[in-house]
Structures are given as structure tokens and as C-alpha cells.
Design a protein around this ligand. Structure first.
Ligand SMILES: Nc1nc2c(ncn2[C@@H]2O[C@H](COP(=O)(O)OP(=O)(O)OP(=O)(O)O)[C@@H](O)[C@H]2O)c(=O)[nH]1
Length: 337
């Protein structure tokens, strides 16, 4: 029997890890082996630390983006998981800037094709930022395709963070999502809370249901038949040699050398330039004992005490064209003199 695979996608900070938390919490009460495969951009793993403790193996790929190591790490990782753990389900959380098509490429590697059954792609959308990201990236052209593909190729859409938006904006978000993907079931959520059974019964949307894509499919005429990977691409209506848009995204990690002033650090996060899409990590505030886990997306800063076993004090930044030196200098001003 093949292993069921669920792909969790969505832009940076949309709520994928929160969804994994919820899913693992519910799956713990059911039978069957579950393995989580996640990748974290940058050198440090922040989300993985927070997923420990559910009793399921969490396999991490830290070395860059899932889509760039598709024939290497993802394939090798999956092969290893299948051989050693023989799970019933694999949940894959992709980095927020992965194009689901690239990941589907990896899953359709010839050696894995028969052993994995991709049940569907679940896309988490940050309702409070979707319209802004869509128009902002449209003007730069850099990530808009990835963001749209995360919607377009989803088999189920979770419109998350509805608590941070108004009914009016929500309606516009839904209209835009429906334009991109008229068929996927769509659920509004807060903190990615949704009935587990709805997620697990996700079904791949088959080609006739998909909107016609403007791109033409380049069939391998010389061979006369399509490889499994190209079949998937064809079914998705895309070219077989689509370049990844990932290249323009960069990450860096900054290890803290001492505790910081809490207020200065909060200001630092709020003042981060717009081209820093995400910052997250663990930090110690001067005079306090407990570690603080922080999360930053462009309109939100969240901090909470973190009592798990001791992760390193580190900040990870994800963005485009970031002035790393300036960010590090600003961060160092947060140390207590
Ligand atoms: N207000 C609010 N916050 C949320 C909601 N869902 C998630 N969050 C918070 O948003 C932040 C980002 O959520 P994550 O689940 O880490 O998002 P992600 O998509 O895994 O982020 P990346 O790993 O960077 O791609 C966290 O601090 C969450 O607690 C929501 O519905 N409402």
C-alpha cells in the first residue's frame, strides 16, 4: 500500500506550522505512523523545535529550499523515511516561498512515484496580507507567480488569520482566490483550526476541473511518452521546464551573543524594512530567565515564553535584497551596554 502524502503550502507566516501543530495533535489520537517532513530556510531550524513532543518523527531539511534540493534531499529524505519508518502518512511542510509545482516534481521522482500517493495540496492563505502581497509582488514581479501557484494548484484552501481582517477585505480575498482557483474547497480559519477529517479527505482536483492555463505544455515528442513527472506537470497545465522563482529569496541567521533589551528588540522587529519578509527565532531578554520565541511578519510581531528544551539563541531572517550588515548593526544596538 502506498503512503499517503499531504502537502502543506502557503506563503511565509501564513500559518502552516500552526496547522501542523493542530494536525499532529489530532493525529496523535488516531492509529498509524505519521512522519513530518519539513524544511526551514536558513541555517537554523525554528519551526522544527516547536513540533517536537508530538511523538511523531520530524525529519528536517535545513539546507535551503525544498524545491532547490528536490532531486537530492527531498527524494533521499523520502526514500529513507519509506525504508526505515514505513509510515502511513507523510505531512510535508514546504518553505513559504516554495512553488508547489517544484515540490510535486520531487514527489514524482521515478523511484518514489509508485510508493507515494499525494492526497492533496493544502494551501494556507494569510487573509490579512494576501491582497497586499499580491499587489506588492505584482509590481516587482518576483514572487507573485509562486504566491498564485500556491493558490492555483491547491486542492483545499484555508483562508487563515481571519481575526486580523475585516469582512470587506475577506470578501475581496475570497473573490481573488476564486478567480485563481474556482474549485478547491475553501474554509475560513483562525489559527488554522479546522476539522481534521476535512483535511484528511482532501482530494486531488483533476485536470478538467482546473481552469485552462495559458501556458502550453511541452510534451516530450521525441520520446513519445511522458515521464511520471511530466504527466503531473501536464495535468497541472504547466511547461515541463518551469524555472523556480526561489532564487531571489535569501536568508541569514544571526546568533545572539548576549541577552537583549526587550523593548529595543521589539522596536527593532517593528522597524525591520519591508524587504524582510520574515524574522523568527529565540532570544533572551535582559533580566529574564525564560527564553522568548519571536515571530515577525510584515504587519505583526509575536513573542511568547518558550519552555521547551534549550534551542539556541538565534534570529533567522528571510527576505529579498536585505542589507544584512545594517540589520545586524541594528540588532546589536539592542544589547544592553
Ligand atoms: N492572529 C493570528 N495569528 C496567527 C494565526 N495563525 C497563525 N498565527 C501566528 O502567525 C505566526 C506565523 O504562523 P506559522 O504557523 O509559524 O506560519 P508559517 O506559515 O509556518 O510560517 P513560515 O514557517 O515562516 O513559512 C505565528 O506566530 C502564529 O502563532 C491566526 O489565525 N491569527
Amino acid at each position: 500500500m502506498s503512503t499517503h502524502v499531504y502537502l502543506l503550502t502557503g506563503y511565509l507566516g501564513s500559518g502552516k506550522t500552526t496547522l501542523l501543530h493542530n494536525l499532529l495533535g489530532s493525529l496523535r489520537e488516531q492509529d498509524g505512523e505519521v512522519v513530518v517532513l519539513m524544511n526551514e530556510m536558513g541555517e537554523e531550524d525554528i519551526d522544527g523545535e516547536q513540533l517536537q513532543g508530538f511523538g511523531f518523527p520530524v525529519k528536517k531539511m535545513l539546507d535551503g529550499c525544498i524545491c532547490c534540493s528536490i532531486r537530492g534531499e527531498l527524494t533521499e529524505g523520502l526514500k529513507e523515511i519509506l525504508a526505515s519508518l514505513k509510515p502511513d502518512k507523510i505531512l510535508i511542510e514546504t518553505t513559504g516561498v516554495a512553488d508547489p509545482i517544484d515540490v510535486i516534481d520531487g514527489l514524482t521522482h521515478p523511484e518514489l512515484y509508485d510508493r507515494l500517493d499525494l492526497k492533496g495540496t493544502i494551501s494556507v492563505i494569510d487573509a490579512s496580507r494576501f491582497l497586499d502581497l499580491n499587489s506588492r509582488f505584482q509590481s516587482t514581479g518576483s514572487l507573485v507567480k509562486t504566491i498564485r501557484n500556491q493558490v492555483r494548484y491547491a486542492d483545499l484552501l484555508l483562508v487563515n488569520k481571519t481575526d486580523l481582517t475585516t469582512p470587506d477585505v475577506l470578501q475581496k480575498v475570497q473573490a481573488k482566490l476564486r478567480e485563481l482557483n474556482p474549485h478547491a474547497p475553501l474554509y475560513e480559519t483562525i489559527r488554522s483550526e479546522v476539522d481534521l477529517n476535512l483535511l484528511l479527505s482532501v482530494k486531488r482536483i483533476t485536470p478538467p476541473e482546473r481552469e485552462e492555463q495559458p501556458q502550453t505544455v511541452s510534451v516530450q515528442k521525441s520520446i513519445g511518452r511522458l515521464s511520471p513527472m511530466d504527466k503531473i506537470k501536464q495535468s497541472l497545465g504547466i511547461k515541463t521546464s518551469q524555472p523556480s522563482l526561489y532564487n531571489s529569496i535569501e536568508t541569514f541567521a544571526y546568533p545572539f551573543t548576549a541577552p537583549v533589551d526587550g523593548e529595543k528588540f521589539e522596536d527593532f522587529l517593528y522597524d525591520l524594512p519591508k524587504n524582510v519578509y520574515r524574522a523568527k527565532g529565540y532570544v533572551l531578554f535582559h533580566g529574564k530567565k525564560e527564553l522568548i520565541s519571536f515571530q515577525h511578519t510584515d504587519n505583526q510581531v509575536l513573542m511568547f515564553p518558550f519552555e521547551n528544551f534549550g534551542p539556541k539563541m538565534v534570529a533567522v531572517f528571510i527576505g529579498e535584497g536585505m542589507d544584512q550588515e545594517k540589520i545586524k548593526q541594528d540588532l546589536e544596538k539592542c544589547y544592553v551596554e
